[in-house]
Design a protein around this ligand. Structure first.
Ligand SMILES: [Zn+2]
Length: 148
């Protein structure tokens, strides 16, 4: 491959490459490039360019604020469960989700609390079987007025 500036030979090497990328200063150490032996003109290989792009995108994504309200898909991803399992658990009252229209939404903080074992889902109490009324012992009244 010849340099498009001076038409001299270009050779593969590595450089430390610093760039501004969407407002961030990024430094890449030992980046594989093709460099002109004569004028120093440097080409970044397509593979290296892709890698840089992926790294920057990942870094930018990591800086994004995480959504506080999760869809079933996001909750499944967060909990490392299948979406079907999330549906089933929510329906069974095991997950603290809310139905908004026809959609189920989850608060990230509620799922975090659940994982930490701090807050049982509110719906859980509603899902417990009702005790048989006949088996409920009536409280005994031992006050004097009972005899009247
Ligand atoms: Zn050159």
């Amino acid at each position: 491959m010849l340099c498009r500036i001076c038409k001299e030979a270009m050779e593969p090497t590595v450089v430390d490459f610093e760039t501004n990328w969407r407002g961030y200063r990024a430094t890449f150490k030992d980046l594989p490039v093709i460099k002109c032996v004569s004028c120093g003109h440097t080409l970044i290989t397509p593979d290296a360019a892709d890698l840089m792009s992926d790294l920057v995108d990942a870094k930018l994504a990591a800086n994004q604020p995480v959504p506080e309200v999760l869809t079933v898909e996001e909750a499944a991803e967060f909990l490392k469960l299948s979406t079907q399992t999330v549906y089933n658990l929510q329906r069974a009252g095991q997950l603290p989700g809310a139905k908004v229209g026809s959609q189920i939404r989850f608060l990230r903080s509620a799922l975090t609390d659940l994982l930490a074992g701090e807050a049982p889902p509110q719906a859980a109490s509603l899902q417990q079987p009702n005790p048989d009324p006949k088996k409920i012992a009536r409280p005994r009244r031992n006050t004097p007025r009972d005899g009247l």
